[in-house]
Write a protein that binds this ligand. Structure first.
Ligand code: HEC
Length: 166
């Protein structure tokens, strides 16, 4: 019994050490890497969703997975752009970022773009559950527009546009 308590105490102690770091200042380079990973993840789920919704892939049973993922990842958008990850503030070893200063200079407008995405993604998630394909395609188009709208205002164009499908 004593041992067990000690074990639990150890776990709690480790937990207490780890937890604060989750929200604490990450290195800007890592924030940028993470932001890219989440964006790429959203993009992958949008592509998968599209292939199923347009009947190119026979995978209706998976559509909800992708709708859920798009909604879940959209929920992270508010925290992907801390001030120290703005383009000019980093060191030379930092990965390239296409985030525009407007994200921080016009933070209310940016917050509105985040909300728009989250609402569109929540609607997509609900609609996917309904199974009504016409409604699903409408919600999917609206979600794609929310991606695109934010990119137009807040993401710098790349010279080669290879990974931009939105
Ligand atoms: C609220 C704004 C916003 C929304 C909404 C948004 N993005 Fe982005 N996205 C950005 C910004 C800003 C960048 C550039 C980030 C950087 O380079 O640090 C970006 C980058 C990307 C990238 C390139 C990532 C890389 O590795 O360079 C992809 C792909 C992407 N977004 C896909 C999507 C998809 C798909 C959606 C919709 C489901 C979406 N984004 C919604 C703002 C947004």
């Amino acid at each position: 019994m004593r041992r067990r308590t000690a074990g639990i105490t150890t776990i709690l102690t480790i937990g207490a050490c780890l937890l604060p770091t989750l929200g604490a200042a990450a290195k800007p380079a890592d924030t940028i890497k993470y932001r890219h990973a989440v964006m790429e993840g959203m993009s992958a789920h949008v592509n998968a969703f599209m292939l199923i919704a347009t009947n190119k892939i026979d995978g209706r049973q998976f559509l909800q997975n992708h709708g859920d993922a798009i909604a879940d990842l959209s929920g992270e958008l508010d925290s992907l752009f801390p001030a120290d990850s703005a383009p000019s503030s980093g060191g030379s070893e930092e990965p390239e970022t296409h985030a525009l200063p407007a994200i921080w200079d016009e933070s209310e407008k940016f917050a509105a773009a985040v909300t728009k995405m989250q609402e569109a993604a929540a609607t997509l998630q609900e609609t996917t559950r309904s199974g009504d394909n016409k409604a699903i395609m409408g919600a999917f188009a609206a979600a794609g527009k929310a991606c695109k709208g934010c990119h137009e205002d807040f993401r710098a164009e790349e010279e080669d546009d290879h990974d931009h499908e939105h």
